[in-house]
Design a protein. Sequence first.
Length: 393
Amino acid sequence: MEDGGRHASREILPAFAEPLHVGRPNIGNTETFLRLAGAMLERRWLTNNGPLLQELERRLAAFLGVKHCIAMCNGTIALEIAIRALGLSGEVIVPSYTFVATAHALFWQGITPVFADIDADTHNLDPAAVRRMITPRTTGIIGVHLWGRAAPTAELRQIAEEHGLKLIFDAAHAFGASHGNQMIGSFGDAEVFSFHATKFFNTFEGGAVTTNNDDLAEAMRLIRNFGFSGFDNVIHPGTNGKMTEICAAMGLVNLDAIEEMMAANRRNYMAYKAAFAGVPGLTLLPYDEATHCNFQYVVLEIGPEASLGRDEIVVALHEQNVLARKYFWPGCHRLAPYRDLFPHAGLMLPNTEVIADRVIVLPTGTAVPPDVCTQIANLIIVISKNRRNGEAA
Ligand code: T4K
């Protein structure tokens, strides 16, 4: 009886012929990319603040409505550099319900990530929980715009100001999204993007920090390039956070296609939304459609009313070649090294524990047509119904 739903669903619906991944890259015009790549090879300028990188930074800053965009080799290094440049130390408050890089970027620099709980409705940091975690050692807060939906920026700003804390936003998921009329990218002291292949906007690997603070931008540019100021002169300790020219070329091409990518994601999200409407126990996390959204994460919450648990649904989907993901299970506090350092952290994270056990992220992006999204949704609904029938039999 335990596998009733999975086996019954396999009889009714054949598995998809090709694996359907979450995070298939969105890719702009291939010909333009190859032309840019060819010109780059002709120029023999491959990295270190090249012309494509400079153009990408200019265009990204304009698109995001922010003064400075400092492109980096990936989002994790971008976070580390922002943390270093802002002088964080001691303890920094972060959600546990995020990709582990948010916490690692702190830990790697000898800073203790202190996990605060999320709001169960938004999956973003709960400002009241943040307040509870402040101690005399706290120097900053990193809010995450999870799933591309804005964190509570005003409330976190208020807390930061009251306690003299720095405020960073991990905007890895939120490229192209807005909060009200303001694009994500200019909230807090700095915002950090990931341009990884799986992200809405990608540069193969890559990332960026955006800020309106001139001094901070200058410090981050120095740190990104070993602290060099001109030839033979190092004026700051630094690392290598540089983005290559080939990555910048990919960024320029993808930026040209950003509206189409957004439209494709929106179509897919709407297909899922229509299919799941009114199905008990299967709730699609909504986007605020009145704002700019990238719709990159189709997040399905499996509630207690559902006839199958989240893990069973994921196993059944994988059997049908739908490689849905349990992002961000089980929460950073239950991953190394944090689970050993803070074995009782879960006591302060009741919403995180519940949500991490309920979420499935479904395939979308330009590689997935909307009718396939409808089929995936129907498959999930059928799997659940079969289980219910199986139990009744
Ligand atoms: N903060 C947050 C909130 C983040 O989500 C991330 C990254 C960061 C910070 C750090 O930024 P980066 O340093 O990564 O720039 C992936 C990514 O590696 C990671 O970038 C991302 N978050 C995280 C959410 O997802 P995995 O372990 O899920 O990757 P993987 O290899 O399982 O691939 C995911 C799916 O994408 C698979 O179904 C296969 C598909 N895929 C992947 C790649 C790379 C493709 O179809 N083509 C590809 O080229 O971590």
